[in-house]
Structures are given as structure tokens and as C-alpha cells.
Design a protein around this ligand. Structure first.
Ligand SMILES: [Zn+2]
Length: 164
């Protein structure tokens, strides 16, 4: 797993290959550590650091629990809702979490999984790897296999007849 020092180094000198945009990483810093990496707007929102800046614990259990919540409450609903921009941004968030967890096999499987539909196959890789429940529903189960949520769904996009 990445350490606090790794996170600070990444924020100071972002690896252009990652393209996290500083997402997620700042959550694991203290208020004092995070401030150099926050925008003026983000700083202005924090009137009482103990209340408005809640540093998350940099532990494997905590990060996987956060990932579970993120997938269930944010990422999968965007897949089901065919929200393509949100879905792709959510994959960036997941990739930042994977960078912190630093499990090479999971990172590779995540990168190699196909994107359509809306990143569902990649989210499935991560869910399976960390024992996180997959969403129920035939439509989203089909999306995990790269298929439209139902045959002919225009919002899922064009797929060759033979692939459905
Ligand atoms: Zn669809």
C-alpha cells in the first residue's frame, strides 16, 4: 500500500500517466498537510477544520470500505443511469483508490478490462477483487459483460447484432 509520503510526493509531482487530478489522495492528509494542494474555494469552505476537514485513515480496511460505499452509492448508479461523463470521472476516482491500495494484479486487470458499457466491466473487476457486492439487476449485469442493458438500448450505444 502507498504511504503518506508516497501520497505527498504524488501531489507535489503528479505522474502524468496517472491523471488523478489530485482526487481522493487529499482525503488522507491532515488539514495542515492538505492545504498546499487545495484551491482557494476548497480552503474557503473549511471554517472549522475539525468539522469540515475529516482526514480519512490510511488503512486498507478503511479504504476498501470507502470504495464499497463509492461503488454502491455513486459509481454503479451512474452506470445504470447511462451517465457517461460521470461514469468516466468515477473511473478516475477508482483508479486513484487502486493506486493507493497498490495491488499490481488488480491495477492491471482494471486497466485491461474493456470500458463499455460505462466502465461496468472495470468496476466489476474491482468489486470482485475486494469482495464488494455487485449490483443486482439484469440490465447492469449485461453491462458488466460489455453488452447493452437490454437488446437495442440506444443509450448504451451501437453494438453489432452478433454481440448482443
Ligand atoms: Zn442501456
Amino acid at each position: 500500500m502507498k504511504t503518506k509520503a508516497d501520497i505527498l510526493a504524488e501531489l507535489m509531482h503528479p505522474n502524468p500517466d496517472h491523471d488523478f487530478g489530485g482526487r481522493v489522495l487529499k482525503n488522507y492528509l491532515s488539514w495542515e498537510e492538505a492545504q498546499p494542494f487545495l484551491t482557494k474555494e476548497e480552503i474557503a469552505k473549511v471554517w472549522v477544520p475539525d468539522v469540515q476537514w475529516l482526514q480519512k485513515p490510511l488503512t486498507r480496511e478503511g479504504i476498501i470500505a470507502d470504495l464499497d460505499y463509492f461503488l454502491e452509492e455513486i459509481a454503479w448508479p451512474k452506470v445504470k443511469g447511462h451517465r457517461s461523463i460521470s461514469a468516466s470521472l468515477n473511473l478516475v476516482t477508482v483508479s486513484a483508490v487502486l493506486w493507493i491500495l497498490d495491488d499490481a494484479a488488480v491495477c492491471n486487470a482494471f486497466e485491461e478490462a474493456p470500458y463499455p458499457m460505462f466502465g461496468a466491466p472495470r468496476l466489476k473487476v474491482v468489486s470482485d477483487a475486494y469482495g464488494i457486492d455487485l449490483p443486482e439487476g439484469e440490465g447492469v449485469q449485461r453491462q458488466m459483460l460489455g453488452k447493452p442493458c437490454y437488446r437495442g438500448c440506444e443509450n448504451c450505444g451501437d453494438i453489432e447484432e452478433g454481440d448482443v
